[in-house]
Design a protein around this ligand. Structure first.
Ligand code: PEP
Ligand code: CO
Length: 453
């Protein structure tokens, strides 16, 4: 007999019995409890049927019959929210998806880092500027980046605001994706004015014209492109890092009529590189929800950890349930990824493997700005594809951080942003993002790596 106590059965609250890293130091527990109680009475942001559709689409990705494009902001902001901003982000996702669909000949499953990406894990608990030290900025769901005592104090009311902004964002996403804007016949209008005159904008326009011609050809051949056709609307699913577990728990609902419990804050949730401990609270929470889940894997991930994560997060081997998002760094990917791919495939598991070429390639400039080199981002994608080629496994998708704005946060790309340019348009709240032109550039580079369908 063993003296160890068996872990109790999963419930939306069972994560509370485990160590939860990266949680804010909420100054007023009673105020937090009140907000969480209120959140638990609010309506779900996403619905079980939609979530199941995503799992099924990700199952196709795992089988090599579709490609995953997961993209959006590193951290969404309360003060940068408008219908125009959502529409412009959607434009980029649609453009990237079209480029990839055309090149790969496969459906692209579109998942935004959007409508809930408001909380950030941080490497340090506190930030020092000069003589002053304050709690670090943890995302708009927790506190404000302004460096003063009041702004940095975690405020649970922000969780309600995050919920409301996520609801409004989803409302806009549903309108834009189903209301005609995402119709493939609108393909030209997705090119933003400031992108259209650039090389990558022109390259996109040429592709859009080819697609136009193909549509006219199909119509002329009698193919019905009428109301029921899937070219008129798209599915854009939502995702974020499930970091603030109280918030996620409060939005978890049991589906009436089934035995399934869904976390209704987003279609897909992931656990980050800093919180993926096998016996930790984050893995515990995600293990019990019926959503598709993902886990980031950095260069220190071991075979045992990865197999343990398969066991914890996808015990039944359900296609589409588990995505591993490798973020190894361009330097390491070809060395550290192959043994993990091999171990998972030898264990008979079919997961989605996605490449996050952003988070393993971040560094500080001499001026102290976080940046990433476009060339490193492309190099990591190449390494990811090479690792899959070598092991005979399936490179399922890509996970990137971009913004629709003409920022200068990542170095390089066709517009050759240099070190000295970063100051001009650096607006990142957290990590440096690709701008609109760099995002198209990346999609074209990636399209050259895809096996042609
Ligand atoms: C992120 O996706 O913004 C992030 C913090 O990633 P990671 O957990 O991979 O560091
Ligand atoms: Co980030």
């Amino acid at each position: 007999m063993t003296t160890e106590t068996a872990p109790s059965a999963w419930t939306p609250a069972s994560w509370r019995e485990r160590p939860a890293l990266q949680q804010p130091d909420w100054p007023d527990e009673a105020a937090l409890a009140e907000v969480l109680a209120r959140l638990s009475t609010l309506h779900p942001l996403v619905f079980a049927g939609e979530v199941r559709d995503l799992t099924s689409s990700l199952g196709s990705v795992a089988a090599g019959e579709a490609f995953l494009l997961q993209a959006g902001d590193c951290a969404e902001a309360f003060d940068d929210f408008s219908a125009e901003a959502i529409r412009d982000k959607l434009k980029i996702i649609l453009q990237m998806a079209v480029i990839l669909t055309y090149a790969g000949g496969l459906p692209v499953v579109k998942v935004g880092r959007i409508a809930g990406q408001f909380a950030k894990p941080r490497s340090a608990q506190r930030e020092r500027i000069g003589e002053r030290e304050l709690p670090v900025f943890r995302g708009h769901a927790v506190n404000d980046p302004i460096f003063d005592e009041r702004s940095r104090r975690p405020d649970p009311q922000r969780l309600l605001r995050a919920y409301q902004q996520a609801a409004s964002t989803l409302n806009l996403i549903r309108a834009f994706t189903k209301g005609g804007f995402a119709d493939l016949r609108e393909i030209h209008s997705w090119n933003q004015a400031f992108v259209a005159s650039s090389n990558e904008g022109r390259r996109y326009e040429a592709l859009a014209q080819e697609i136009d011609r193909a549509l006219r050809f199909m119509q002329a051949c009698g193919v019905d492109l009428g109301g029921g056709s899937s070219i008129h609307e798209v599915d854009l699913y939502t995702s974020h890092e499930a970091l603030l577990l109280g918030f996620e728990e409060a939005l978890t609902r049991r589906e009436t009529g089934s035995d399934e419990t869904y976390c209704c804050s987003a279609h897909m949730l992931w656990v980050g590189e800093r919180t993926r401990q096998l016996d930790g609270a984050h893995v515990e929470f995600l293990s019990g929800v019926a959503n598709p889940v993902a886990c980031k894997l950095g260069p220190s991930a071991t075979v045992d950890e990865v197999l343990g994560l398969c066991e914890r997060l996808d015990p039944d081997g359900e296609p589409g349930r588990l995505t591993f998002i490798a973020r190894m760094g361009a330097e390491h990917v070809e060395e550290v990824l192959p043994p993990l791919l091999r171990a998972v495939s030898d264990a008979g598991r079919q997961v989605v493997w996605a490449c996050d070429p952003m988070h393993g390639n971040t560094f500080l400039t001499p001026a102290g700005r976080k940046t990433r080199r476009f060339d490193d981002i492309v190099a990591e994608m190449k390494g990811f594809f090479a690792a899959h080629e070598q092991g005979g496994t399936i490179p399922g998708g890509i996970h990137v951080e971009f913004t629709h704005q003409a920022v200068t946060e990542c170095l390089g790309g066709a517009e050759e942003i240099l070190d000295g340019d970063l100051g001009a348009g650096y607006r990142a709240l957290c990590d440096p993002r690709l701008n609109a032109r760099q995002s198209l550039d990346l999609a074209f580079d990636l399209s050259g790596m895809l096996p042609r369908g």
